[in-house]
Ligand binder design. Structure first.
Ligand SMILES: C[S@@+](CC[C@H](N)C(=O)[O-])C[C@H]1O[C@@H](n2cnc3c(N)ncnc32)[C@H](O)[C@@H]1O
Length: 296
């Protein structure tokens, strides 16, 4: 599908979800296919009750992620955090608590109904160190070197241009800034036809990157200290009922699927200084030649 088509489909799906949540429904089907009646193994039970206590119920009900990035990210008082694809705002509100009144938590989302829901949740939470921005994660509307930590929860996999998302993330992070993201990943090779069957089951697996591809795209964007740690590995048993109903021979594909799809916590760092890169870039041009004043 063309990039614009993917964006429109994602916007329409999450716009509908946001309107449902605003009406008090829960995200029982999370980022999974709407064909699943309940208990999506990806989005359910991600947060401890002690974490969500005190958050507006609508923010918790609207959780559509596949992990709990703020539980795994190191967040310090006074820091600036950006959540890519902030949905109903649960991770932004949790980050805002952690960075405190001297810090700031931004949520970025392209879907108007999600932004309206998130802003309403912010109002209910009384969080004054929070701002929800409208925009695309491929074109982050923040200046260079302005953010300490970028979090995200099950969104980068949805982008049609993941390399660009990672380059934009690198640009807005301060030197030494951290990437701390929950995402779905594929572990090793999965034949394309089998992958398509599993994607029928869980919509958000559709764009999941293979682990080594994720690492190489992060490295190409300039990140270092890259780590990918699986937090939930999916079993074919989770999808058996659905896939069988779709006419798929589950036993035949099971050995090719078992353990291959996972939610993972992905960490990386923007290098603290640009010295090495800058000196290399310098020596590639005429700027290493002594200045005229030095020659005299
Ligand atoms: C799977 S939901 C996750 C929401 C939230 N992170 C959570 O954990 O509940 C995906 C969200 O990302 C937003 N989104 C998807 N692709 C986006 C893009 N390219 N730019 C901005 N927002 C995007 C959608 O509008 C939706 O709110």
């Amino acid at each position: 599908m063309a990039k614009e088509g993917i964006k429109e489909e994602v916007q329409s799906k999450y716009g509908t979800a946001a309107r449902r949540f605003a009406g008090g429904e829960s995200s029982a089907c999370g980022c999974a296919s709407s064909a699943i009646p309940c208990c999506d193994p990806i989005s359910s039970n991600l947060y401890e009750l002690s974490e969500t206590a005190g958050l507006p119920a609508e923010a918790v009900l609207a959780s559509l992620g596949c992990g709990n990035p703020t539980a795994l990210a190191e967040l310090r008082a006074g820091e600036t955090v950006l959540d890519l694809g902030s949905g109903g705002g649960i991770d932004v509100l949790l980050s805002a608590r952690r960075v405190g009144p001297s810090g700031r938590a931004y949520g970025l989302d392209m879907t108007d109904d999600m932004l309206a829901l998130a802003r309403e949740n912010q109002r209910k939470a009384g969080a004054s160190n929070v701002e929800f921005l409208k925009g695309e994660i491929e074109n982050i509307p923040l200046p260079d070197n302005s953010v300490d930590v970028v979090i995200s929860n099950c969104v980068i996999n949805l982008s049609a241009d993941k390399g660009r998302v990672l380059r934009e993330t690198f640009r807005v992070l301060r030197p030494g800034g951290r990437f701390a993201v929950s995402d779905v990943v594929v572990r090793g090779e999965v034949p394309a036809a089998v992958r398509r069957s599993v994607e029928l089951w869980v919509g958000c697996l559709a764009g999941a990157m293979e682990e080594s591809e994720y690492r190489s795209k992060l490295a190409a964007a300039g990140f270092e200290e890259i780590e990918i740690e699986p937090t939930r590995i999916y079993s074919v048993a989770d999808a058996r009922q659905f896939l069988t109903a779709e006419g798929i021979d589950v036993d035949a594909i099971a050995p090719l699927v078992e353990g291959k799809f996972a939610s993972a916590f992905v960490r990386a760092k923007k290098p603290a200084t640009k010295e090495v890169t800058a000196s290399r870039a310098c020596c590639e041009s005429a700027c290493c030649a002594p200045a005229e004043s030095e020659q005299r």
